[in-house]
Ligand binder design. Structure first.
Ligand code: CA
Length: 231
């Protein structure tokens, strides 16, 4: 099987070496870039399947790199960042990143994220057989088309946000625990996943609940999980 081509954007040589060694050991093909301008150039000339992007680069801000790549490509971008603040992650996800890893991360974590992204890519390419439509208030999900609408307007969701919304919708009315959700989304449930879940839930909510007086579709259960409310 032809393994994915990964573009590794990282200016810290030791971190870059760790990633490329891991990729090589698992038969991935890869390209590297030490700064944002090179990353954009490599992405446009080689069409990688997945981009691993460090946010703190010497020339451009990682967020700027995401914006520029997103202007012409939907390639999955996984942020690799030392910044632990949720605000940076939300900003990167809002800019169009698909997922993220926080430094320091384990090799297993990196590989798991890559596999999850590859599964999503395969799913998106493959044909979907279910053709049901979910409706809850002004929210509509067309599972066969892979689209969600709010007040007849299509919602622009990242793959993970869409997966979360479908998961919540298919279990509407039920409280889903952090562990359940992270297992379904990433295939495992580490502490980092629960932190990630909070970030993805925040960005999803921002899109569903545009105004402060909008209908609340997702209920938070502190320390437990989330529930989609039937409105
Ligand atoms: Ca850096």
């Amino acid at each position: 099987m032809n393994k994915s081509l990964i573009l590794v954007v990282e200016d810290d040589r030791s971190v870059q070496n760790l990633m490329t060694t891991t990729l090589k050991a698992h038969d991935y093909r890869y390209l590297t870039a030490m700064n944002g301008e090179t990353a954009i150039l490599e992405a446009s000339s080689h069409n990688p399947d997945i981009i691993l992007l460090d946010l703190g680069l010497p020339d451009l801000d990682g967020i700027e790199v995401i914006h520029r790549i997103r202007s012409w490509s939907n390639v999955p971008i996984i942020i690799i960042s030392a910044r632990s603040e949720d605000a940076d992650k939300v900003e990167a996800l809002d800019a169009g990143a698909d997922d993220y890893l926080t430094k320091p991360f384990s090799v297993e974590e990196l590989l798991a994220r890559l596999r999850a992204t590859e599964r999503r890519l395969t799913m998106m390419k493959g044909d979907q057989t279910t053709s049901s439509i979910f409706v809850n208030g002004n929210l509509k999900i067309d599972f066969s088309a892979g689209c969600a609408y709010l007040e007849e307007e299509e919602l622009h969701l990242t793959p993970i946000e869409y997966k979360l919304l479908c998961l919540l919708a298919q279990n509407a009315g039920k409280v889903l625990t952090h562990t359940f959700i992270t297992q379904k989304i990433w295939g495992h449930s580490w502490d980092n996943d629960v932190a990630s879940l909070r970030v993805f839930m925040a960005t999803l909510r921002k899109k569903l609940e545009k105004n402060s007086d909008s209908v609340q579709y997702i209920q938070t259960h502190v320390g437990i999980g989330y529930r989609m409310i039937k409105v």
